[in-house]
Ligand binder design. Structure first.
Ligand code: PMP
Length: 433
């Protein structure tokens, strides 16, 4: 029997008459999965979602990454309650921001100085300003398909959201802004070398997602790739910025840089570190960070920055992530799920490629390896759209875009994985028809 989604339809209709497009972030629409009414959720609990019609789903969207502890985790809820009782916004220094910054630096010692902001967009945007202030240069090298938030400069060849919407370069971004951005393919050192040999003298920073999450999950092809990226930037007098908005605390208790034993100059972070509340953070080398006001000439500020509520949920989230076995559990469950997906695809003659890093993975429809944005674009969007809807109709929620990832959280149970494996077998059977 098809799921009843009458209430979702009604709510989404209401939404569309007050909220632009019915959604507060374009990636929540079903535009890139062949259309349909986005499911309106009423409640999240652990690994589950409950929609407004009372249907239950297992959630692998994880709010595009942050919900690494699932929904309404008791430790997070308690932190929110406590913080609320103490007042949620001071506009003065507070103990929570100091404690949280100390914990982040203990996990990632490269963060010699940190600033909290309210989103990943702000974090990346500010690292660019700081890099320009420090180097006195203007250009930024980024990698095609990497998404770094929606600041003007970062909407050039910007990956998941814009790709799905078919707006590779956003309207409203001036040619002069776009002209400061040089784009090269990921996993391609000669292309980066060439770009830097032409523009090197005016490049302030090379900005990269060390493990890409925005044309699906794509890891560096070799263990030395990121080291080469950093060395090339430095050889040309530029800084290297890692955008770890998705990757920080995703694969282990720390950064992706640590997995490759490299040290970028600056980091941008967000998502997981807020435990589900709005957050961003940037930080890195002390001498570079000292460009920022009140110590230096680069300005960045925020009424809500470092608010006690986000700080306390961030601290609570890290406390849970530090527990032994957390990351091993996510890795093990994702591995089992991917094995079932690959087996189901094979059994039914559907060509897929899965890129998995720890608890995060992307299922691409196509038989070619996906190592850069062009490879991801060349995968089959129509089949992905069908896959998405077949999963949703059977109680599995993933992101409605072929450029996103499934996130296995710390609270997915073995029963959730069993159930998802069963659904996946059924879905591939339906896809093959
Ligand atoms: N950088 C990366 C790598 C991201 O994936 C995202 C969001 N998907 C951002 C930056 C922007 O973060 P936010 O949506 O919090 O502004």
């Amino acid at each position: 029997m098809p799921m009843n989604r009458t209430q979702s339809e009604l709510w989404f209709k209401r939404a569309q008459s007050v909220i632009l497009g019915g959604v507060n972030s374009p990636s929540r629409s079903y535009k890139s999965v062949g259309g349909g009414t986005p499911i309106v959720m009423a409640k999240g609990e652990g690994s589950k979602f409950y929609d407004v019609d009372g249907n239950v789903y297992i959630d692998y969207l994880a709010a595009y990454g942050p919900s690494v502890l699932g929904h309404a985790h008791p430790h997070i809820t308690q932190a929110i309650e406590r913080a609320a009782r103490d007042g949620i916004l001071y506009g003065t220094p507070a103990t929570s921001e100091v404690e949280f910054a100390e914990q982040l630096r203990a996990a990632i010692p490269d963060l010699e100085r940190i600033r909290f902001v309210n989103s990943g967009t702000e974090a990346v945007m500010t690292t660019i300003r700081v890099a320009r202030a420090y180097t006195g240069r203007t250009k930024i090298v980024k990698f095609a398909g990497c998404y770094h938030g929606h600041s003007d400069a970062m909407l050039v060849a910007a990956g998941s959201g814009p790709s799905s919407m078919g707006v590779p370069d956003s309207a409203g971004v001036t040619p002069s802004t776009a002209g400061e951005i040089i784009t090269v393919p990921f996993n391609d050192i000669p292309a980066l070398q060439e770009a830097l040999s032409i523009h090197g003298d005016s490049v302030a920073a090379v900005l990269v997602e060390p493990i890409v999450g925005n044309f699906g999950m794509v890891a560096p092809e070799s263990d030395t790739y990121l080291r080469q990226v950093i060395d090339l930037a430095h050889n040309h007098g530029a800084l290297c910025v890692f955008d770890e908005v998705i990757t920080a605390f995703r694969f282990h208790y720390g950064s992706a840089a640590q997995l490759y034993n490299v040290h970028p100059d600056l980091y941008a972070m967000g998502k997981i570190i807020g435990g589900g509340l709005p957050i961003g953070a940037y930080g890195g080398r002390k001498d570079i960070m000292e460009q920022v006001a009140p110590l230096g000439p680069a300005y960045q500020a925020g009424t809500m920055a470092g608010n006690p509520l986000s700080m306390r949920t961030g601290i609570a989230c890290l406390e849970v992530l530090r527990q032994p076995g957390t990351y091993e559990g996510m890795d093990r469950k994702a591995k089992r799920l991917v094995a079932a997906i690959e087996a189901a695809a094979k059994d039914n003659g559907v060509a897929i490629t899965v890129n998995r890093i720890g608890g995060a993975f992307t299922v691409y429809f196509g038989s070619h390896p996906v190592r850069n944005y062009d490879d991801a674009m060349a995968t089959d969007s129509a089949t992905f759209g069908k896959f998405f809807h077949l999963l949703a109709d059977r109680g599995i929620i993933i992101a409605p875009s072929k450029y996103e990832a499934w996130f296995v959280s710390a609270v997915h149970t073995d029963e959730d994985i069993d159930e998802t494996c069963r659904v996946v077998a059924d879905v591939f059977k339906a896809l093959a028809k």
